[in-house]
Design a protein around this ligand. Structure first.
Ligand code: AMP
Ligand code: MG
Length: 483
């Protein structure tokens, strides 16, 4: 285990040509203080979290002091935002401090969000607010423990600096950890400026550093994009299955590794609604729950277009096919598990679709319904409010279906409970942690929620209330994009 000053860096991205980034140091807070340090992620970079001087640590984790070996840069990227190409994006309020290599030779980007202005800030302040850092911190951890690929968070550092948004808020910084911050949008700027050479340089970088298993293969690019397509399809299938809506699926928010990245106005589905759209500025529901799979495909298409100098038309079609296949396979496979089916039978897809329609028609809570479903037994005993709501007709059909598998009831329940979480990060749960932090400078709820979400599939009787529907008036509604 190491002190923060002893970390090992290998800043590979900074070795790329200068058009790929802009060299800039964080603009520190005057009085930074540590709000949260995630011990799991600290140990990922061999950082000794015990016996740490919190004041000093907060200075390092907010860029007031630079960690030896860190060489900060803001990354250049562009992208399609709500379907329209924007040539001016890039790290406008985040700075890559550097790439840490741990004792197992695994590399982690330390990306400081809210670090102040860069060349890409377009006149904005480059800050992040405490509210949004808590939302990202908790959700990226929740996603990880649900088994959904994601960036994660190392720390939140608070400040007394005021930040103007719709109201005046306080600034905070979060360190996001990812295996890489290359996005689909990282290729787009070079493509639209006609810089084919830089496309190849970036593709070679991704191949060598992130998909090294294909680096020496004569079909390396093809195999790499197929894998990117598969991972992206598999990722979005998981979002659907767990009711996660990202909110801002712009191409600059799509990771080249197929990880969930950029937590803004996301939300987990509560009452099932197929066109649920968490971002209140998304007036046409472009990024609604039901649109996510087709938007993933649209985004992949944009990436492949950028790579058309390296791929044949057939290879591009092949990758798109890989996406569709991976999505369908992963979605149906996981859905079958959620329903407790041993394997897929004729008619199961229709049964799943019909069930979701009924959930919507009857206003049923998505996570609770599935969690309760494992309690339905062959003798037609039904416990749980949300399952009861769906009606006897459906329950009879469901029992008939699970009986046809001839599987052991206890085993079925156990395996269903491993895919139907008891605890998801409902908006009101994050909101409570945020309120306590902002109103009372009490950060204990962040820690409590983080720990609960580390075991989403376990019955945690002492925390039962965190599995409840929101109290009246606190139902998930559209959220502001401003963060
Ligand atoms: P996001 O919605 O976080 O994906 O951000 C989209 C783009 O807007 C990125 O280029 C961000 O860097 C930039 N951006 C968002 N908020 C700010 C801010 N407060 N200051 C500077 N740039 C920002
Ligand atoms: Mg973004």
């Amino acid at each position: 285990m190491k002190k923060i000053t002893e970390l090992t860096f290998n800043n590979t991205y900074r070795k790329l040509p200068e058009e790929f980034y802009h060299i800039v140091n964080p603009k520190p807070f005057e009085n930074p203080f540590l709000i949260s340090l995630n011990p799991q992620m600290a140990s990922e970079i061999d950082l000794d979290a015990a016996g740490i001087d919190e004041e000093e640590l907060a200075e390092y984790l907010s860029g007031k002091k630079l960690i030896p070996g860190s060489k900060p840069i803001a990354l250049y990227y562009t992208g399609h935002q709500f379907g329209v190409y924007n040539p001016h994006i890039g790290d406008g309020r985040a700075i890559l401090l550097g790439e840490v290599v741990n004792s197992k030779n695994k590399k982690w980007d330390l990306h400081l969000k809210g670090a102040g202005p860069t060349n890409y800030s377009r006149g904005f302040d480059g800050r992040a607010v405490l509210r949004s850092t808590i939302r990202e911190y908790l959700c990226s951890e929740a996603m990880h423990y649900l088994g959904i690929p994601t960036t994660r968070a190392l720390s939140i550092v608070g400040s007394d600096e005021k930040v103007e948004r719709e109201t005046t808020e306080t600034g905070a910084m979060l360190i996001r950890m990812a295996k890489s911050h290359v996005r689909f949008g990282s290729f787009e700027g070079f493509f639209f400026r006609g810089q084919t050479k830089n496309i190849r340089i970036l593709a070679d970088y991704v191949l060598a550093n992130l998909y090294p298993q294909y680096a020496d293969n004569p079909n390396g690019y093809r195999l790499m994009v197929n894998e990117i397509a598969k991972r992206t399809g598999g990722l979005i299938a998981k979002w659907q299955v767990f009711g996660f809506t990202h909110g801002v699926m712009n191409t600059d928010n799509m990771s080249i590794l197929g990880d969930t990245i950029d937590y803004g106005p996301y939300a987990f589905m509560e009452t099932y609604k197929s066109d649920f759209t968490p971002n209140h500025s998304d007036h046409f529901g472009r990024y609604s729950y039901k649109s996510q799979p087709s938007i993933g495909y649209w985004n992949l298409n944009k990436l492949l277009q950028c790579l058309s100098s390296l791929l044949s038309a057939d290879e591009i079609q092949e990758a798109l096919g890989e996406y569709r296949e991976a999505y369908a396979e992963s979605y149906l496979g996981l859905m079958a598990k959620k329903f407790g089916f041993d394997w897929f039978k004729d008619g199961d897809k229709k049964f799943i679709d019909d069930t979701l329609e009924l959930l919507e028609e009857k206003g049923i809570d998505f996570p609770i319904f599935f969690r309760e479903l494992s309690g339905v037994t062959f003798d037609a005993s039904v416990e749980g409010t949300e399952v009861k709501k769906i009606g006897k007709n459906w329950i009879d059909k469901y029992i008939e279906r699970i009986k046809s598998d001839n599987s052991d009831e206890k085993k079925r329940k156990k395996s269903m409970d491993l895919v139907n979480p008891k605890y998801v990060l409902r908006t009101y749960i994050a909101e409570n942690a945020i309120r306590q932090a902002i109103d009372n400078q009490d950060y204990s709820e962040i820690e409590k929620v983080r720990k609960i979400l580390m075991r989403p599939f376990d019955e945690q009787q002492e925390h039962e209330q965190y599995s409840f529907k929101p109290p009246e008036g606190a139902e998930v509604k559209a959220l502001s994009c401003s963060s």
